[in-house]
Design a protein around this ligand. Structure first.
Ligand code: HEM
Length: 107
């Protein structure tokens, strides 16, 4: 149903082929690192006297600090192509889809 709405909206819809290997690697790297941060954060904040707790904290902090430049690289890599895809001032793929859904709703 969402597909039908998106097709009617005539909005450019990014297919998986639109994502380069570099973008995919960064996407999955971000996903793995963010998902690792959550249990790490809960462990360092809730478990006391765990052997290697300092190392876990260092790992949590290092991954957290690494995620910021990764996000910046992803944005810098994505923005030019997003802006070129229809002149939507760099709206994200999700933003475009939400916009398309909104325009397709009867008032
Ligand atoms: C994507 C998710 C997360 C990111 C990017 C992130 C990032 C960070 C960073 C960069 C630090 C180091 C801060 C510093 O040294 O000043 C930190 C510390 C910490 N994080 Fe996270 N974190 C995340 C999720 C969580 C979660 C889910 C928890 C707990 C439920 C958590 C608990 C903590 C604690 C307890 C510290 C130590 C704070 C302190 O030293 O005062 N984090 N986190």
């Amino acid at each position: 149903m969402v597909d039908a709405i998106l097709r009617r909206s005539k909005m450019p819809v990014a297919s998986t082929a639109a994502y380069t290997p570099f973008a995919r690697v960064l996407h999955w790297l971000t996903a793995v690192l963010v998902l690792a941060m959550i249990p790490l954060g809960f462990i360092i904040s809730n478990v006391q006297d765990l052997p290697g707790q300092d190392a876990l904290y260092d790992l949590h902090r290092s991954i957290g600090v690494l995620l910021l430049p990764i996000a910046v690289v992803r944005l810098a890599y994505r923005l030019p192509s997003a802006a070129a895809a229809g002149g939507h001032y760099g709206c994200s793929a999700l933003g475009c889809r939400i916009g398309a859904l909104g325009r397709s709703m009867p008032c």
